[in-house]
Design a protein around this ligand. Structure first.
Ligand SMILES: Nc1nc2c(ncn2[C@@H]2O[C@H](COP(=O)(O)OP(=O)(O)OP(=O)(O)O)[C@@H](O)[C@H]2O)c(=O)[nH]1
Ligand SMILES: [Mg+2]
Length: 296
């Protein structure tokens, strides 16, 4: 059989997490309209006859000297270095074709087996599609496209067949075929709450926000009791997160609870608290406490 790690390498907001969720058929990774939604590499595991594809959903390419963005860069580089094979995600709405060429070059330079995949082909930038087709042909690769409005079973199977070709042989699956991700329920809960914050908040506020699950109690059947802290890096963000008469945080909580109940299959009692840890996004110790560990 074939089994291995398939890293998705692309720009921020290029549709990587959407693709993983669609192919795995579960909500593995959070998705929002904002760039830099994914902060940490997330594994989405798909079992098909004679193959186990382990998608590595990764933050988009980012360059930074320090802080939370350095962490994103580190995760991106890890996925590039540690995956067995790579998919270059080329999104139709990229700011320019140079940035996509950079993604292609990075993936080619890795010397790993790779494939290009063009995302968001439902968008009207047809000039970009022609240019991308040329880039893909010049690299001697098949022309594979994805868009979230058109995912018929045969397209999906053709795409997966191409992916399996570039994976290594393996005597057995690398993960228990019952699993679709290696994240714990607690980690998934943290991400779902962060997704709702990302969707509800604007400007710099979501980028300075982290979620800390303080309590996750399953023992009282059937309801799961969850306490989550929303950690902000500035005091001035507090009123924006809470909203007038607490409306915004209430909305975030309701949206998160609905999603969590779907994922967990049980009623959820979710309480959100707001805390400020000044400049946590620049402090490697506080980042570490929140799970974003910078390598030395
Ligand atoms: N029109 C269109 N939009 C898409 C498609 N796939 C994803 N999107 C949208 O693009 C936005 C970003 O999608 P994500 O899946 O979060 O992208 P990502 O590459 O994981 O982004 P980061 O984690 O921020 O790097 C979301 O608003 C998606 O709904 C598509 O095929 N067509
Ligand atoms: Mg993502």
């Amino acid at each position: 059989m074939k089994a291995g790690f398939l890293g998705l390498i692309g720009l921020p907001n290029s549709g990587k997490s959407t693709l993983v969720n669609a192919l795995v058929g579960e909500k593995v990774s959070i998705v929002t309209a904002k760039p830099q939604t994914t902060r940490q590499n997330v594994l989405g595991i798909l079992n098909v006859p004679n193959a186990q594809i382990i998608f590595v959903d990764t933050p988009g390419e980012v360059k930074a000297q320090d802080g939370i963005n350095k962490y994103l860069q580190q995760e991106f580089e890890k996925s590039l270095d540690e995956s067995d094979a790579l998919i270059a995600i080329l999104n139709m709405d990229a700011p320019n074709s140079d940035s996509l060429q950079r993604i292609l070059d990075m993936v080619k330079d890795s010397k790993k087996p790779w494939l290009p995949l063009i995302t968001k082909t439902d968008l009207p930038q047809s000039f970009r599609l022609i240019k991308l087709q040329e880039m893909v042909e010049a690299a001697g690769k098949p022309f594979i496209t994805a868009n979230y409005n058109r995912s018929t079973e045969s397209l999906r199977e053709d795409m997966l067949a191409e992916f399996i070709k570039i994976l290594p042989e393996s005597p057995a699956p690398l993960y228990d075929p019952e699993l679709y991700t290696t994240q714990t329920m607690r980690e998934m809960t943290q991400e779902v709450v962060r997704e709702k914050c990302f969707e509800a908040l604007r400007d710099e506020v979501p980028y300075g926000l982290a979620v800390d699950i303080r309590k996750y109690e399953e023992n009282e059947q059937p309801t799961i009791h969850i306490h989550a802290d929303l950690i902000l890096n500035k005091e001035s963000h507090k009123p924006m997160v809470v909203g007038s008469r607490g409306q915004r945080i209430k909305h975030i909580g309701t949206m998160a609870r609905k999603d969590l109940e779907k994922i967990l299959g049980r009623p959820v009692f979710l309480q959100l608290f707001v805390k400020v840890k000044k400049n946590w996004t620049k402090n490697s110790l506080t980042m570490k406490e929140l799970g974003y560990v910078l390598d030395l």
